[in-house]
Every structure is written in structure tokens, then in C-alpha cells.
Design a protein around this ligand. Structure first.
Ligand SMILES: [Zn+2]
Length: 299
């Protein structure tokens, strides 16, 4: 199995439109290590903390730990990853592997020899695979920080490899329609700036990500400045059913100097005049469930 084919046919746990980015994040992490440090063996006990952190940052925080053993073990079914372990303990039911069992068994994950060779011969394949994983599983505003957090940050080749990755078809008018609906102002802070005739620093955010089936329609869009787009996609903030801004308890200003917290419970600045363009509850609920870092701040 070639790496790019494997990434395209990655078996991802699915239930409705819930997100499950464990395997993509493990793969991005391992590809980064292989590219940067030529690391080919990944000891479970050594990488589990890093993986848990990545899942907390780019998925949802959990009170305890994420089940990092799941992607580590189950990536084997995608035929590009193998887990070797000691035979000190009885082999468990393969569907029920625990983190402590992997630790005790000194479990080590590696890419299959075919994939390792492929990456060695042509490192660009790994970068293309990373770009495919980002396009398929994460909102674009997060790509750069995922690259930085995994250590994959590599500007030049990433922009080239973008061309070769299959992107979901997007409506080119989405941005224009959403910005128009919100009168070219950030729905949260009102930011609005034009450079000659072009709006700058203002983006059309998807409430329900297109990676999870969110459509390119006004009722799934918000005009946001670049900063608020980033905060919205990172789960720092979400919307309530009556279009108030809800902040995550996990976000704070370490200097305690900004008035960031004052935003909590404020209604978004300008709702679309046309009722059909109001953010749809289904999409808000998805964002709250799949992206927002619960719980909300308690004032
Ligand atoms: Zn803003």
C-alpha cells in the first residue's frame, strides 16, 4: 500500500457527523518525526503524552486522557503501520487494547517497510500526505498551527503539494456571499477594512466545517476577522442558540490585561437581515459539540 493511497482510504470511525481526528493526528505526528529526525520507531510510552496534547489542542479536551491507544493500535488495519510488542503478557482481544497493556508490553509502532522506503526515496510524498490529512480533517485556519505543533512546518513544499491534493468542491461564491450578508464586518468585533476595493483581514468562516459535510451556504457562514476566525475554529468560542458568544473556560489571558472575557454572552454584532441567512441551529449545535472546548466559562 502506497502512502497517498492509504491516506485516501484511511478508515475513520464514523457516527453521523462527529469528528474523530485521532488517526490523522497520529499520522501527522509520525510523519513529522520521520521527516525531521528520520525516526522510524515510535514507542507508545514515549509518544502518548505528545499525542494526548495534540488531541486536546485540535480536537476536544477530555477530563481524563484521550484514548490514545486506539489510533496507535487501530492504524494497523490501514496496512501502513505495524505494532510490535513483547510477549510477556497474554495477547488481549485485539478490539480491546488498553494504554497500560501497550506500556507494559513495550509496544512500538512503525510504518510498514514499504512506506518507510517510499518516504526515504521521496520525502515530498510525506508532505503531500500531510496536506491531504489536513485538507480532509481540519478547518483551513488551523492548518498552520497543526503543522507547527506536530513539527511539520515546512512552507515551500506545502504550498506546492496543495495542488496535487484532492480538495472538496467548494462554492467560490461562499466568501463573497457571507461577507455581503454581514455587511463586510466581523460578526464579533465589527472589524472592517478595505484595501482599494478588496476587503482585507476578513474571512468567511464555516460554522459546520466542510470536512464534516457543512454546506457553503450563508446560514452556515459567519464573517469573522482573521483572529476571531482562528478562535472560533480552535474551539475558544462558539455561539448559543440565541446568537450569543460563548467562551471556553480553558481560554484566558495570562497577563489578565485584555477585555477578552467581556465578550462572553454578548450577542453577535450584526445578524443578517434576511432570516434565511441566520446561522442554522443544526450547524451551531455541531460546532458546540464537535469544536468548542467545553465547558463554557463560569463568571
Ligand atoms: Zn473580529
Amino acid at each position: 500500500m502506497k502512502l497517498l493511497d492509504a491516506v485516501d482510504s484511511l478508515k475513520i470511525w464514523r457516527r453521523g457527523d462527529q469528528r474523530a481526528p485521532h488517526k490523522p493526528l497520529l499520522l501527522l505526528y509520525a510523519l513529522a518525526k520521520e521527516l525531521k529526525y528520520s525516526e522510524t520507531k515510535f514507542e507508545f510510552s514515549k509518544i502518548e503524552d505528545d499525542l494526548n496534547e495534540l488531541l486536546n489542542e485540535f480536537w476536544k479536551p477530555r477530563n481524563d486522557r484521550h484514548s490514545v491507544e486506539n489510533p496507535f493500535w487501530r492504524l494497523q488495519t490501514d496496512k501502513i503501520w505495524r505494532v510490535d510488542y513483547d510477549w510477556k503478557l497474554e495477547k488481549k482481544n485485539p478490539d480491546n487494547i488498553s494504554a497500560s497493556w501497550l506500556r507494559k508490553q513495550n509496544a512500538v509502532g512503525t510504518f510498514s517497510p514499504e512506506i518507510s522506503q517510499e518516504i526515504k526515496d521521496n520525502p515530498d510524498v510525506a508532505r503531500q500526505a500531510a496536506q491531504k490529512l489536513l485538507d480532509a480533517h481540519f478547518s483551513e485556519s488551523l492548518h498552520q498551527s497543526i503543522l507547527e505543533s506536530t513539527g511539520l512546518f515546512y512552507t515551500g513544499t506545502f504550498s506546492n503539494s496543495k495542488k496535487s491534493s484532492k480538495k472538496a468542491r467548494r462554492d467560490p461564491k461562499f466568501r463573497e456571499n457571507v461577507l455581503h450578508t454581514y455587511s463586510y464586518r466581523c460578526a464579533i468585533c465589527g472589524f472592517s477594512l478595505h484595501m482599494k476595493t478588496m476587503p482585507v483581514g476578513l474571512e468567511a468562516a464555516h460554522i459546520k466545517w466542510h470536512q464534516s459535510g457543512g454546506p457553503d451556504t450563508e446560514d452556515n457562514g459567519l464573517a469573522l476577522c482573521a483572529t476571531h476566525h482562528r478562535l472560533f475554529d480552535s474551539g475558544v468560542m462558539t455561539l448559543s442558540q440565541d446568537y450569543r458568544i460563548i467562551l471556553s473556560k480553558w481560554a484566558y489571558d495570562p497577563r489578565d490585561e485584555s477585555n477578552f472575557i467581556d465578550m462572553h454572552q454578548k450577542r453577535i454584532l450584526k445578524l443578517p437581515r434576511n432570516k434565511r441567512h441566520l446561522p442554522k441551529m443544526d450547524y451551531i449545535n455541531w460546532h458546540r459539540k464537535e469544536v468548542f472546548k467545553e465547558p463554557e466559562i463560569y463568571l
